[in-house]
Design a protein around this ligand. Structure first.
Ligand code: HEC
Length: 134
């Protein structure tokens, strides 16, 4: 497993991440802030296994873009899933590879994960909803 940074909330999202987030949020600045933060957190904690833009990496994390599992869950359920992960022995595991709890980054707070979820919603081909709990 790749080394993951212990601290994730030290630098703001890049200008490009903020622009993309504002476009994905349809001009909603508050939602765009969550998405841009989630984009940045995805890059530090998820991209190594799930690939740029969540396209997936063969032999590692599944594609998270246009993903039925993500679409089927509300933000709270997805938050619970990401906190728990999915072990290779879980009957629902399809790759035989572990999805580590919080992507292996224990420093991630619930709010951080909800931001990542807001970002993941932008990869589903539909307009994202406001993240739960905010
Ligand atoms: C060390 C590699 C790794 C990291 C890092 C990682 N994942 Fe995963 N993830 C996986 C693997 C492998 C699976 C597929 C497990 C299976 O076969 O069911 C998975 C599955 C998932 C799923 C379920 C997809 C589905 O269709 O069932 C979601 C959602 C997810 N990951 C989100 C995340 C998020 C968000 C992060 C960052 C916080 C993250 N992952 C970080 C390896 C990783």
């Amino acid at each position: 497993m790749p080394a993951l940074p212990a601290m994730v909330a030290d630098a703001p999202p890049t200008a490009a991440q903020q622009d993309a987030a504002l476009a994905a949020a349809g001009g909603d600045k508050e939602l765009a802030g969550y998405i841009a933060s989630g984009d940045k957190l995805f890059h530090s904690s998820c991209i190594a296994c799930h690939g740029k833009g969540g396209v997936g990496i063969a032999g590692n994390g599944k594609a998270l873009a246009n993903n039925e599992f993500i679409r089927s869950l509300d933000d709270d359920s997805l938050l619970a899933f990401i906190k728990q992960g999915r072990s290779p022995t879980d009957p629902k595991n399809t790759t035989g590879i572990q999805m580590p709890p919080k992507g292996g980054n224990p420093a991630m707070s619930d709010d951080d994960i909800l931001d990542v979820i807001a970002y993941l919603r932008t990869l589903q081909g539909t307009k994202p909803s406001t993240p739960g709990g905010k």
